[in-house]
Write a protein that binds this ligand. Structure first.
Ligand SMILES: O=C(O)c1ccccc1N[C@@H]1O[C@H](COP(=O)(O)O)[C@@H](O)[C@H]1O
Length: 214
């Protein structure tokens, strides 16, 4: 068994937290983005976060958040990491990190070679990178689309901060994605759902097992 770290994103129910704990994931993600089928209220997030045991990091996924939104989330919920999944500039990432004193993971959409240089840029200001598929122009969601990118684009690439692979991962393809990219951390949302926004405990278990298999 490898020590690949797994993030399960878009948890909406107490039973999802139990599934994440049972499966042995490292990160539990909560989505604060109204257009997402995984969006949850502050009250729900607070309730779910209270069920997350020590040792599992609680990640707040936000998209181009204002300080007002961040103030609301962070004053009420014991978040460990902020996941910025919008068009936040490097300066905005640095400002958020400094203002809130929390580790920041910046998501970057990748579709082709020309998307890669910004990973180096954001590595200067973020604590972690999240290398995700770039959504289509038509998509309402900047992530969580179950869309993979060509993993060969980042084979043998390394950045000076920890990074996580995301985008269209499933129990069926995560081992190959890890083999090709060398990722030590992976993130999944739609690949462990029975319907948009509805997590499936068995799929979560299968995903974590596949991600940690050597
Ligand atoms: O999950 C969402 O609804 C979401 C909404 C807005 C931005 C990002 C979102 N999810 C993140 O997208 C990637 C890939 O998800 P998937 O496995 O392809 O469904 C992952 O990092 C999620 O955290």
């Amino acid at each position: 068994m490898s020590d690949t770290k797994v993030k399960i994103c878009g948890l909406t129910r107490t039973s999802d937290i139990a599934a994440v704990v049972d499966a042995g994931a490292t990160y539990a993600g909560f989505v604060f983005f109204p257009k997402s089928p995984r969006n949850i209220s502050m009250a729900k997030a607070k309730e779910l976060a209270l069920n997350v045991p020590t040792g599992i990091a609680k990640v707040a996924l936000v998209v181009d958040p204002t300080n007002t939104v961040l103030d609301q989330i962070l004053s009420d919920i014991a978040i460990d990491i902020l996941q910025l999944h919008g068009h936040e500039s490097p300066q905005r990432v640095a400002d958020i990190r400094e203002k809130y004193g929390l580790p920041v993971m910046k998501a970057i959409g990748v579709a082709n070679e020309s998307d890669l240089p910004q990973l180096q840029d954001y590595a200067q200001v973020a604590d972690q990178l999240l290398v995700d598929a770039k959504p289509s122009e038509q998509s309402d969601l900047p992530g969580g689309n179950g869309l993979a990118f060509d993993w060969r684009l980042i084979a043998d690439r390394r950045w000076p901060v920890p990074w996580m692979l995301a985008g269209g991962l499933t129990a069926g393809n995560v081992a190959e994605a890890i083999r090709l990219t060398g990722a030590q951390q992976v993130d999944v949302s739609s690949g462990v759902e029975s319907a948009p926004g509805v997590k499936d405990a068995q799929l979560i278990q299968h995903f974590v097992t596949a991600a940690k298999a050597k």
